[in-house]
Design a protein around this ligand. Structure first.
Ligand SMILES: C[S@@+](CC[C@H](N)C(=O)[O-])C[C@H]1O[C@@H](n2cnc3c(N)ncnc32)[C@H](O)[C@@H]1O
Length: 388
């Protein structure tokens, strides 16, 4: 069945609240309210992963810092599973929120929100779940990271000092502002009329992975690779193929999302395959890594149940002209390889070309998700065989 233009534009049900022009519903924070930060466009995937890892998760909303971050907001009464999240770049406790209809005294209102927040006391011990050994106590050194989107009568530095002063003036701890070695990191985000104060619970180990010993320019961020794996709807019987496996990030992230029958990586570059072997080590069995051309994979028809891959974008790898020849051949090969009830998840910045091919019926598009990866607009396509 050919794909309609609307299916391509729609971008999945979860995205509707991000695209909405009207003000998002006001939030009501509790001691269980968390904010998960993702690469832009992947909020819904992180929300789904949080619900799998943590019982009783309730979605409160999603926001975006345009081009820089996606934000999923949720209540999680049992947060013990959240530190294991793979699609998140960071997890925060949301400890302050203000939505103002008018802007005149916005900074004063923000200061009051920060100064009086009763949720900070609960959030401080929660840091131990994510970063064991983090310092607590009466005297705490803090720093503030500020982001500001929209038109305001003050600058970001004014917001920064207002928040810093309000924290310093709190009497629950002796708060001391520091540039380095902070015990507590506050993130103050003003998105148009909404202000969010969050305490960072995770550290940089959430977004980086210890398996990544070999790197290659253009290799995918682990949180994005994990999102592709999540969107493939992982099943224990999966035979997973990544025919552009590069250093192996997608296969490794898929392996961490649950059981599978077999992982298969292919790349035409022996150097990339050597790096993939280094990253994989002896874990993640059974696995096969083969030097191959993705348009002619030496495997039988219908022999894989999942193809999860990051296609050449025509920027660092190949060119747009090459992709116009490559993509139709690729989709034909994927259609041959995929099991009739299988699923294909592809990431690319070649959205116009992919749109053309899908509208012609190369594969059946279930859902597409617009994302921004390191500033570049791209999309994730979740497809089934056209006649499946
Ligand atoms: C498209 S990206 C995938 C990056 C990968 N996801 C990662 O994280 O490293 C680049 C890889 O695709 C490989 N490649 C490009 N064209 C190919 C083709 N026709 N068949 C197989 N591999 C190809 C390149 O050798 C390179 O390793």
């Amino acid at each position: 069945m050919a794909t309609t233009r609307n299916q391509l534009k729609r971008g999945g049900a979860w995205r509707t609240h991000l695209g909405a022009r009207h003000a998002p519903p006001r939030l009501h924070l509790t001691t269980d309210t968390y904010l998960i930060q993702t690469q832009p466009g992947l909020e819904s995937v992180a929300m789904a992963e949080a619900a799998l890892r943590s019982r009783g998760v309730r979605e409160l909303g999603a926001r975006a810092v345009p081009g820089r971050a996606g934000i999923a907001i949720l209540d999680a009464p049992s947060p013990a599973g959240l530190p294991a999240m793979r699609t998140a770049e960071d997890v925060f406790a949301l400890v302050g929120y203000h939505r103002a209809p008018a802007a005149a005294d916005l900074l004063d209102r923000i200061s009051a929100t920060v100064h009086t927040s009763p949720l900070i006391a609960n959030a401080l011990p929660t840091r131990l779940l994510f970063t064991p050994g983090v310092r607590s106590g009466r005297r705490l050194r803090f720093r503030v990271v500020t982001r500001m989107i929209g038109e305001h009568e003050f600058r970001r530095v004014n917001l920064q000092s207002a928040v810093e002063r309000a924290i310093s003036a709190r009497n629950d701890h002796t708060w001391r502002l520091t540039d380095e070695g902070a015990d507590v990191e506050f993130w103050a985000t003003l998105l148009d009329r909404e202000f969010f104060l969050a305490i960072r619970l995770s550290d940089s180990s959430m977004r980086s992975r210890d398996y990544k010993v070999a790197h290659m320019p253009g290799s995918l961020r682990p949180s994005v690779a994990a999102a592709l794996g999540m969107l493939s709807d992982p099943q224990p019987e999966d035979i997973v193929l990544d025919p552009f496996c590069g250093v192996g990030t997608i296969l490794i992230e898929r392996a961490h999302l649950g059981r599978y029958a077999r992982l298969i990586g292919g790349d035409r570059d022996d150097g990339a395959l050597a790096m993939a072997r280094e990253n994989l080590g002896s874990r993640y069995q059974p696995i096969a890594l083969n030097c191959l051309d993705a348009t002619a994979v030496p495997m039988p028809q219908h022999s894989v149940t999942r193809i999860i891959t990051n296609l050449p974008w025509g920027m660092r790898h190949g060119s747009h002209a090459e992709n116009r020849r490559l993509y139709p051949r690729l989709l034909t090969e994927f259609r041959r390889l995929i099991h009739p009830r299988g699923r294909i998840v592809m990431l690319t910045a070649e959205t116009r070309l992919m749109g053309e091919l899908l509208r012609k019926g190369a594969l059946h598009l279930e859902r597409s998700l617009p994302v921004t990866i390191l500033g570049a607009r791209a999309a994730i396509y979740i497809c089934r065989p056209a006649d499946g």
